[in-house]
Design a binder for this molecule. Structure first.
Ligand SMILES: [Zn+2]
Length: 363
């Protein structure tokens, strides 16, 4: 199994184009052509995790947080980041990060938190804007199926949890080839009328160039007639945070107990906004930027991490913020990634790190 095959599967699930601008998700150290000897999954790729991979003869670490965020100028081992990179290179260990792109998909980091809390039907809390486009293309009727398949395979026609979505209108197209053209149908200098279909697809913006390339390759004409349209639809499958309803409402105190036991942590929280908790918003990691979206969703509570004193005041009695700790809020991501790789590559060695990489201790 090549490392590249595992990365391909991961990127189908969480396309790297969905990562935030400050992020550095992707292959940080290593080569996609290497034969993989196994995968070690961690939240943070610290030096101790690289040591663990070496000891277990594993040459691919898949971590949630990228160990390198910005440019490194020296490699003398003075910082922990340099030491990780140097050791990984020295021992041919690949490091792959799947970070905010895994935060920004419906079945990512926050879906796992929802699952742990027993919330089955969750939605994206803050859907990505400008994440969708519309592709319209005209094609002779007998080529419809082949063109549709090519577009679906390139990532077009996905709407929420539905795949292979398209719309077709039949009509008549016309064209006249001038000198130098080689029309597939008809002859140069004579206007042709052809029974064609107009096909329409919603396409995630990140897949637009792949869809256009695939369509050109599958289209019979020298000049493919097509256009891209901007659509205002929110992408219900891509975006930050998640929101959903508890199967049964709980008193605020019972809800706190449930969260405390699920996350096995110390919770810092603001006063309850309601007596009974029903709607729950979550964002694994630093989620304070989503407080407005959490309030707008009507959530009674917002579970996240990295809150500062003054930010807690923003709850303003309208919602209760529960800060469960950064590591703790994302701890289930290790299971999430490991389960995904195991499911896709059942005969492959997938281990979860035994190193506790949480830098914060509680007294
Ligand atoms: Zn994080």
């Amino acid at each position: 199994m090549r490392i590249g095959q595992i990365i391909e599967a991961l990127e189908q699930w969480a396309p790297p184009a969905l990562q935030e601008s400050y992020d550095n998700s992707g292959l940080i150290v290593g080569n996609t052509n290497w034969e993989s000897t196994g995968v070690l999954v961690a939240l943070d790729c610290l030096e101790s995790v690289v040591d663990e991979a070496i000891a277990k003869n594993i040459n691919l670490i898949v971590a949630h947080h990228p160990i390198v965020f910005s440019g490194l100028k020296r490699f003398n081992g003075r910082s922990y980041i340099e030491r990780v990179v140097m050791k990984a290179i020295k021992h041919d260990v690949a490091i792959y990060a799947i970070h905010t792109n895994l935060d920004n998909v419906l079945w990512g980091v926050n879906a796992k938190v929802m699952e742990v809390l027993g919330i089955n039907n969750h939605a994206i809390l803050s859907p990505l804007k400008d994440a969708l486009k519309k592709f319209e293309v005209y094609v002779p009727k007998e080529h419809v199926e082949a063109l549709e398949q090519a577009i679906f395979e390139a990532g077009g026609g996905k709407v929420s949890a539905y795949e292979e979505c398209s719309f077709r209108t039949d009509g008549t197209g016309s064209f006249k080839g001038t000198d130098g053209t080689q029309p597939v149908i008809g002859e140069v200098g004579k206007r042709e009328f052809v029974e064609e279909a107009k096909l329409e697809f919603i396409v995630p913006s990140y897949a637009a160039s792949a869809v256009e390339r695939a369509a050109r390759a599958a289209h019979p004409y020298e000049e493919m007639a097509y256009h891209w349209l901007a659509v205002g639809n929110a992408a219900t499958h891509f975006g930050a945070g998640a929101v959903g309803d508890l199967p049964q409402e709980l008193s605020f105190e019972d809800f706190l107990k449930k969260v405390k036991s699920a996350f096995d942590t110390t919770i810092r929280y603001t006063a309850p906004a309601v007596d009974m908790v029903k709607k729950v918003a979550v964002c694994g990691g630093s989620g304070s930027f989503l407080l407005g979206a959490a309030m707008a969703s009507g959530a009674d509570v917002f579970i996240t991490a990295d809150y500062k004193y003054h930010q807690f005041l923003d709850a303003d009695g309208k919602i209760s913020i529960l800060d469960v700790g950064h590591f703790e809020s994302e701890q289930f991501t290790i299971d999430l990634i490991a389960d995904f790789i195991e499911k896709n590559f059942p005969k492959f060695a997938v281990l979860k790190t035994e190193v506790n990489t949480n830098p914060i201790q509680y007294y």
